[in-house]
Design a protein around this ligand. Structure first.
Ligand code: C2E
Ligand code: MG
Ligand code: MG
Ligand code: MG
Length: 288
């Protein structure tokens, strides 16, 4: 029976192996399918941008817009970025996609200004791979030049993890971006590992408090304390602070009472297509 136990283990091992191999195959196939349709999407321009307003909390004025990508898939409909950005990042397709986002967002901002709407900064998310690529500075300079957009009307959002991964390199790139005159914002702040020492040295303008801290501020004392602390920290460092994911009146009130500068969230406005954004959120200069 020792033999038979060994036999069983072997058998089990083999079956498991077969099982894992099949599973891995299915996974790999799925990934390859997805990658192919993503490549196709890049070639066929299946992406669109939506825009979500940033609101100055004390006055209720729209002070910016974040550009958020969606994939308009011919069969699956609107695919949110969370379902394809990671693969785009892994495969390197993000470079081309990110370039498209940057150009399109800047062109859209200029189009609003030419149509008589006031100039507000547009925020564009930069993915890790885009930031550390050698030519991001040249790309941003080129896009500003060709769109005619004033540099202060562009804000780049980067996550703290990216910056912390290679501090020295990031610092050099961020300084060059700042020299172009664009604004820089740390996205999803609090979810990574920013060192306060670096935060002080980095040429950033804004901290965006991650939604995960904001969602429970009304009920969770720890989250409330963290959000208060981040607001103070930002102000001590002379940074603006934006709260993400504001969905309810109690959250709005808490943030206002605690001196948060700006907010973004469904409570104020969801991301909308470019056609609706200006009509909904921007007042033409003539009317104002
Ligand atoms: P993010 O930059 O932190 O963007 C905020 C996300 O929170 C957006 O999701 C937005 O729609 C969502 N949001 C805003 N207000 C609320 C709210 O009140 N409640 C809830 N539940 N959600 C809210 P979205 O558009 O799905 O984007 C998710 C993430 O995908 C972004 O997070 C960003 O990291 C990434 N992403 C989006 N567009 C781009 C892009 O053009 N390039 C790159 N590299 N990443 C992008
Ligand atoms: Mg963002
Ligand atoms: Mg964020
Ligand atoms: Mg986020």
């Amino acid at each position: 029976h020792a033999d038979s136990a060994m036999y069983k283990a072997k058998e089990l091992g083999r079956n498991n192996f077969v099982y894992f191999a099949a599973e891995m195959n299915a996974h790999a196939t799925q990934r390859l399918d997805m990658l192919n349709s993503l490549r196709h999407a890049v070639a066929n321009n299946e992406f669109v941008l939506q825009f979500q307003p940033k609101i100055h909390l004390a006055t209720g004025k729209v002070v910016g817009a974040e550009a958020l990508i969606r994939w308009r898939h011919p069969l699956r409909g609107m695919v949110p970025p969370g379902s394809f950005i990671p693969l785009a990042e892994e495969s390197g397709l993000i470079i081309e996609i990110g370039e498209w986002v940057l150009r399109t967002a800047c062109a859209q901002n200029m189009a609003w200004q030419r149509a008589g709407f006031p100039a507000i900064p547009i925020s564009v998310n930069l993915s890790p791979r885009q930031l550390v690529r050698g030519d991001i500075v040249a790309l941003v300079a080129e896009v500003l030049h060709e769109s005619g957009l004033a540099p202060h009307c562009l804000e780049l959002e980067i996550t703290e993890t990216v910056v912390m991964r290679d501090v020295d390199k990031s610092l050099v790139i961020l300084k060059k971006l700042k020299e172009l005159g664009v604004k820089i914002s740390i996205d999803d702040f609090g979810t990574g590992y920013s060192s306060l020492n670096y935060l002080k040295r980095f040429p950033v303008d804004t901290l965006k408090i991650d939604r995960s801290f904001v969602s429970d501020i009304a009920d969770d004392q720890d989250d409330a304390a963290i959000v208060k602390a981040v607001i103070s920290l930002a102000h001590i460092l002379n940074l603006r602070v934006v709260a993400e994911g504001v969905e309810a009146e109690e959250q709005r009130r808490f943030l206002l009472e605690n001196g948060c500068d700006e907010v973004q969230g469904y409570y104020f406005g969801r991301p909308v297509p470019s056609e609706s954004f200006a009509g909904k959120w921007l007042q033409a200069k003539e009317e104002a």
